[in-house]
Design a binder for this molecule. Structure first.
Ligand SMILES: C[S@@+](CC[C@H](N)C(=O)[O-])C[C@H]1O[C@@H](n2cnc3c(N)ncnc32)[C@H](O)[C@@H]1O
Length: 305
């Protein structure tokens, strides 16, 4: 079971009109979706999107409610998805980033560094690029960028060196093969801290699924699709994601993009968003105890002006 993070905080911030139209861009196990549906009247409409067809098919079976439409798609194409559904504006959009427990716990999907599986990590299995392609085919420089940027892995250099040496002899096919390469290249003290493959796996997952590009891409589309007073709720799990959301919100709250010191505004840009809470909402200690995955979560909520 996927335990939804910041569930009440997200849904109570999202629902401004129980008869409205809402989008769950990351349906996953459907935890947020179920709670959202429980707050809506029968005439409300919900679009539940996920790029993982298997997740969508399995979880949609258990949610039988009129007014919900399940869509296999990438939220980075949100405007096109809405156009296809003949929906121009919505009351609320939520995005709960990262992987779902269904993906992590399904060993064959290759997301877990605890289970032996093909190095896959694709959320959308119709996509061609997998973690195996990245690990075996990307240049040393590109691998380093991925591990530094997306994993903030301090031993990126050592790990990438070992990967490049290993793959000059043999193709790296499985998760545990990669875990062994990582373990053999980091200091023993680091191996004892947390799992030494944690950051490399996170970095590869982000790269395989173009997670940061998708997030950058969806934000302006979501803003455009919201009705006035409509809510945008985004749950992030690491600083890279949170920084993107925070900066977008700050820019749209401020409006004007003239350089500081200009006596008069010449850009003419007006504020488009209002923050619902100035600081991000974080899980309670109790939630973190019950669900360790919640520890790094941050919910940011904004309202369209
Ligand atoms: C953290 S889970 C969502 C969990 C869900 N809120 C729940 O309560 O069960 C994230 C889900 O978003 C999906 N996802 C990630 N990036 C996506 C994207 N760009 N477009 C559509 N779905 C995406 C993943 O496949 C995964 O199922």
């Amino acid at each position: 079971m996927h335990m939804p993070v910041l569930l009440d905080e997200t849904i109570s911030s999202l629902v401004i009109n129980p008869h409205g139209i809402y989008v769950d861009c990351t349906m996953g196990g459907g935890g947020h979706l179920r709670s959202l549906l429980s707050k809506l009247e029968d005439d409300a409409q919900v679009l539940a999107i996920d790029k993982d067809k298997q997740i969508l098919e399995e979880n949609s079976k258990a949610i039988d409610k009129a007014g919900v439409k399940f869509i296999h798609g990438d939220f980075r194409n949100l405007k096109a998805i809405m156009k296809n559904e003949n929906i121009a504006q919505v009351d609320g959009i939520m995005i709960d980033l990262g992987v779902s427990s269904f993906q992590l716990d399904n060993a064959q999907r290759g997301f877990s560094f605890h289970e032996d599986a093909d190095l896959d990590m694709r959320m959308d299995r119709e996509q061609e690029l997998s973690a195996r392609d990245i690990v075996n085919k990307y240049s040393e420089k590109e691998l380093l960028r991925i591990l530094f940027e997306y994993g903030e892995e301090r031993y990126a250099r050592r790990i990438v060196k070992s990967v490049v040496n290993y793959r000059s002899e043999k193709y790296i096919n499985t998760t545990l093969e990669l875990v062994d390469i990582i373990k053999s290249s980091v200091p023993a003290a680091y191996r004892r801290e947390k799992h030494p493959a944690r950051k490399t796996f996170q970095a590869l997952r982000i790269a395989v699924n173009s997670e940061l590009d998708a997030l950058q891409g969806v934000l302006p589309q979501a803003l455009e699709l919201l009705k006035p007073a409509g809510r945008l709720c985004i749950i992030t799990f690491h600083s890279l994601e949170d920084r993107i959301v925070k900066r977008f919100f700050q820019e749209k709250v401020k409006g004007c993009i003239c350089p500081p010191g200009m006596p008069l505004c010449i850009c003419g840009q007006k504020p488009q968003l209002q923050l619902v809470s100035r600081k991000p909402i974080v899980p309670s200690e109790n939630e973190c105890l019950a669900n360790p995955r919640a520890r790094s979560a941050k919910l940011r909520v904004a309202s369209k002006l």
